[in-house]
Design a protein around this ligand. Sequence first.
Ligand code: B12
Ligand code: SF4
Length: 517
Amino acid sequence: MRILLYNPDNGVTRNFMPHLWMFLLQALTPAGHEVLLVDGNAQPMDEAGIARFVREQNIELVGIGAMTRMIAKAYRMADAIRAIGVPVVMGGPHVTEEADEALGRSGGPRHADAVALGEADETWPKIVNDAATGNLKEIYKPVDEFGQERKPSLKNYPTIPWDKINLGQFNLIPKFAAGPLRKIGAGWGTFRIIPMESGRGCPYGCEFCTVTGFFGDSIRFRTNQSVVDELLLLKARAKSEGGQIAVFFIDDNFAINIKRTKSLLRDIIAAGAQVHWVAQISANLLRDEELVDLIAASGGKWVFIGMESIDPANLADVNKGFNKPGEYGAVLARLAQRNVFAITSFIFGMDNDTTGVAERTLKEIRTWPPGLPIFGLLTPLPATPLYKRLEAAGRLTRPKHWQEFIPFAMAHTPLKMTVNEAHAEVRIGWANSYSPQAIEKAVDSLSHKPLGYRINIFIARMCFRGIYFPQMGRFAWLKSILENRRTIFKLIAQGLRGGLHAAAPSAITQQVTGQQN
Ligand code: B12
Ligand code: SF4
């Protein structure tokens, strides 16, 4: 069979990173089938486009995976594929919670022939075999011989053949620039961010989060060796094509078992498998100095921290009281001392938020080392404890918000502000953090560091800006480049003066004269 695995675009940003599930299921597909991958963020398609693709490529089975926010698009694409007679299997967190919706059992139209509930590592081979023999069932559930839910062990994690997979659609370097960039330094002809998991599960159970319900509260890890081998494979590929690779460890809390994380990082260092990497780690676990040392030594460059709020009452409300806003600054300083920076994520529209929450948060952020702040709204995702609490209290204003998805729009009313006020707070957060002045300030605050760090934060800020402000097309990019020309000229001038390792002139003066700000 020829199988297509498809992930819809999110309609807002071009995702910088492909989705792991596609590569994983491709690796787990029984022999004798051919699997094609299309990520809508890298290869945008509409309904007619996907139907044409499926027909032209003689696809006999399509697998679609989607988060809640992409599900409306996923359903439209599935409908178009089913309309030409090709069966569709859907999987991922949304249809796991809303299987009846996908199967047309809750009053709406049917979108999928089959759904895979939960983790599909063990059910996917069965789905493929059933489809190949014309025996596709409606629901595939990972259960053991007693019918109990079964979470796959990650001990025998499949080898994802990164050395052979066609990654053309995921190169972040534009085609016209690839040739000349290949010759710079170790080569920049390709740059890809590759998702990798080292473990699954999170016991923390934050109220708004899907993870504890979906992956379970017991944590499962891959062996250190299998993670190290995968890193080595990726590193070798980047080298062979004159390009660069960075890894996003997508574990929900990469340091959830500190002892094990340290042992993994030590093994990465011992094997020379360091690549630049990003991971999600909660602030409480970053108190450990040795862990932070190992993060830096093993290639860690950015840590995503779900700070959510600077208000302890809000954190307690959403069962995230283990976050201590009082220590955020110290945690970030500890990372920055080792040249590791943070993506700090905040949620507005929580029940104790009042107007002005954005400015109060920004005031705190300005006292921290520069990073990448991101702002979102409290969103009741299906089957989360938050969804159930708001539903029981009759507070959901758009109970099926995903069916009429609107980016950055609330689906319930917070207690101490209106929905529009919450939307305005998010806008203030983004506008203030990603204005040309804010970007320049962030870059300048690293003037004591080599130029490479300033370029790094500049590029990262420009890309993150696009999560909120339209930046999909060339003109939008051109406009942001023009708006930030002052910082760009400054960086070019510094580069011409001293090369990538140069500190900015103001920092050198400060070091010579002993001045401090
Ligand atoms: C990496 C990641 C991202 C990446 C993007 C995705 C990417 N390119 O990989 C980034 C950082 C951009 C991101 C952003 C967001 N994310 Co996110 N993200 C994740 C994360 C941490 C890992 C995803 C992953 O690869 N998991 C590992 C793979 C193996 O698991 P999986 O995808 O679930 O796939 C398994 C099964 O679901 C199933 N399966 C999946 N698809 C399919 C398809 C078929 C056909 C079949 C048979 C099976 C199947 O089989 C797989 C193997 O078992 C998850 C949490 C998590 N641990 O999964 C959150 C998660 C998916 N994200 C979530 C959310 C909410 C978001 C945001 C909306 C957050 C925000 N407020 O802005 C944004 C929106 C994204 C956007 N703009 O498109 C939620 C989604 C919940 C939901 N109900 O949809 C999750 C679950 C986290 C959470 N806290 O609840 N995210
Ligand atoms: S710590 Fe992160 S992954 Fe774990 S439950 Fe909380 S938000 Fe979800």
